[in-house]
Design a protein around this ligand. Structure first.
Ligand code: FAD
Ligand code: UDP
Length: 372
């Protein structure tokens, strides 16, 4: 055996696992099928702007240990995510807060806003059974119709009544004037981009890019004592029980010879008709400045289109509904029998993980493995 660990995937899970293994004196080989490291948090430089190639990534966490950990590998700026919702040209603040309620209903005090929501949520009796009921119960029908329904149906390709309630509970609802999209104690964007952060995590590791594990599986497996697999769990078993559903995303990225396209990092298009879900203007994650603090003269935007995943596409979001949950449990039973393999990360565990949760999971699992 040449290596202690063969790690499939150079995303955050794989990179954190690799770091911990190397720090414990173990040898690792990381294989990645894409031509670059960093998985979905990959950022690339276009005209001095760190472009989030696989979608906007804002680091946020309440976990002090994870925050300390990532700060060993990058310095974070003070970016706070405050997306704007565009509903047929009407602009609303997100997440749902006093600015949103004021614009929607003209209410001025928290008491007035709470009364409006209470009146509108009356149509929901009992525990909300799906995303539609959960949304109306949180913010009322007006906001559901203008800011949630169209966006959610575009993003998930499913009716809000067929989606799990937990998805909408990701968003804060506040009776204060606070546009911070996350309820997180710590938040920011790594200065220099996420790719640099992952490069620092992987320092000292042998990494093979453009290498699909399944094309060389027997040969690679023979090289290591243990495998850490962060690709899709159903792909590992050659879809033998059927395919898990994922949502895929396509980005149309454009370099523009103007300094400011939309005045904000993220604008969500919440009507049903606009074909994209959101537009990201990447320079605003770093306040429109280059590394020297100069204003950037150009801008790069990405329009984000959501679609159902089909073989050959990149899987982005697991569809964590009951049907897929049951199929995942069957794959999990198979995975548990693979003694030489750890299944980790968003795709390996089929979980709607944020970055901090992926890091926490990789830290916990790697420390368990190192202690064996
Ligand atoms: P990945 O980054 O997917 O890494 C897995 C790697 O394995 C990939 O590089 C893949 O190419 C490789 N791989 C797969 N199969 C094989 C194979 N057969 N052989 C070799 N390599 C293989 N989180 C936040 O905290 N904040 C955000 O703002 C945020 N925004 C997001 C926006 C979008 C559009 C998406 C999709 C996700 C967002 N996330 C966000 C979540 C975040 O991207 C994930 O939590 C995190 O990147 C998952 O890391 P991972 O290592 O599990 O997976
Ligand atoms: N959502 C919405 N309108 C918005 C933004 C989000 O209805 O303007 C809903 C949508 O269902 C989405 C969920 O809230 O799937 C969670 O949003 P989040 O921004 O956390 O999704 P992600 O960043 O993972 O794409």
């Amino acid at each position: 055996m040449t290596y202690d660990y063969l790690i499939i995937g150079a995303g955050l899970y794989g990179a954190v696992f690799a770091r911990e293994a190397m720090d414990a004196g173990k040898s690792v080989l990381v294989v990645e099928k894409r031509p670059h490291i960093a998985g979905n948090v990959y950022t690339e430089d276009i005209e001095g702007i760190h472009v989030h190639r696989y979608g906007a990534h804002i680091f946020h966490t309440n976990d002090a240990a994870v925050w300390q950990y990532v700060n060993r590998f990058a310095t974070f700026n003070r970016f706070t995510n405050s997306p704007v919702a565009n509903y047929k040209g009407e602009l609303y603040s997100l997440p749902f807060n006093m600015y949103t309620f004021n614009k929607m209903w003209g209410v001025v005090t928290p008491e007035q806003a709470a009364a409006k929501i209470a009146e509108q949520r009356k149509e929901i009796t009992g525990e909300p059974k799906n995303l539609e009921e959960q949304a109306i119960s949180l913010v009322g029908r007006d906001i559901y119709e203008k800011l949630i329904k169209g966006y959610t149906e575009k993003q998930w390709g499913r009716d809000c009544r067929d989606l799990p309630a937990f998805i909408i509970k990701r968003l804060p609802v506040r009776l204060t004037f606070d546009n911070n999209y996350f309820n997180a104690l710590y938040q920011g964007i790594p200065v220099g981009g996420y790719t640099k952060l992952v490069e620092n995590l992987l320092k000292g590791a042998e990494v093979r890019l453009n290498c699909d594990y399944f094309s060389h599986k027997a040969e690679l497996d023979a090289m290591a004592r243990q495998v850490i697999y962060t690709g899709p769990v159903d792909a590992y078993f050659n879809y033998s029980l059927g395919t898990l559903e994922y949502r895929s995303v396509r980005f149309e990225t454009e370099l523009m010879d103007i300094p400011n396209f939309q005045g904000n990092a993220a604008v969500n298009y919440t009507d049903r008709e606009t074909p994209w879900t959101r537009i990201i203007e990447h320079k605003w994650f770093e306040f429109g400045k280059d590394a020297q603090g100069n204003d950037l003269p150009k801008t790069v935007i990405s329009r984000e289109y959501s679609s159902e995943w089909k073989p050959g596409d990149e899987p982005y979001y697991p569809v964590n509904d009951a049907k897929n949950g049951a199929l995942y449990q069957q794959y999990k039973a198979l995975a548990d029998r693979e003694e030489k393999v750890v299944f980790g990360g968003r795709l390996g565990e089929y979980k709607y993980y944020d970055m901090d949760q992926v890091i926490a999971a990789a830290l916990a699992r790697s420390r368990e493995e190192m202690a064996r």
